[in-house]
Design a protein around this ligand. Sequence first.
Ligand code: AMP
Ligand code: MG
Length: 270
Amino acid sequence: MDLARRLRLRPGDRVHLADVDAAGTHGFEKGDDLDKALAKNLARLDELQYVMYAEHRRALLVVLQGMDASGKDGTIRHVMSGFNPQGCRVTSFKMPTPVELAHDFLWRVHQVAPGKGDVAIFNRSHYEDVVVVRVHKLVPVSVWKRRYDHINDFERQLADNEVVIVKVFLHISKDEQKQRLLRRLEDPKRHWKVSLSDFEDRKRWKDYQRAYEDAITECNTKEAPWYVVPADKKWFRNLAVSQILVETLEALDMRFPKPTVDLASIKLDA
Ligand code: AMP
Ligand code: MG
């Protein structure tokens, strides 16, 4: 399908989010075949994770970022269900606690980086520390600017430790965000999702887009690439993210380890 390569930002390229069609589907159309394609990807993810767990050598880190209502939770619900909960952990990064704030910004992140054989999914991440922190002026410019280097060093260190890093920006349009926020106001089953800060942050849409463009551009490396996924259409988002994960894991050419015992020597009692 080659979708992953098409959505991956090349190192050195600058992303202009306004030029990326948030409703784009790369030639795919909604229909039955898509449900099958997604189901096939989820089954494949299950197999690939199984080998990764058995191999106990590599780890997978999936970073999900995006504006409010961009579908981070939905992506986890619909795509990450392909992973066996044993060996998979989701971490949602919220406003840092006082203890977290007393440490460097990567402290809370490093603790939940995946160990060998494991999958870690970040619902928001250390990128908040160069995005929301910048937009809301929570630290001086001189502080957040230096964080791009810190992030690149940190991610390189993880990669050197055989952590495979996939960073996904779920790209929605301002209009689609409006529709989704309205739905939250109207649908009693979505009322729990309503957060005043989402409506406040929407007023700073441009500032957020700029902060994201800079973060994605500055921290896009060969070992930790960014994927900009058009996310106005949930079915395309799910297909694209599942496809990126399948293609990434397949490229690792993982193998089951050799047995640690001489199987022929084992005799089973009657
Ligand atoms: P949500 O994920 O929508 O439930 O909300 C979590 C909130 O925590 C978002 O508004 C994030 O921007 C905010 N948040 C996450 N990490 C940080 C951070 N490092 N500094 C400030 N706010 C953060
Ligand atoms: Mg928010």
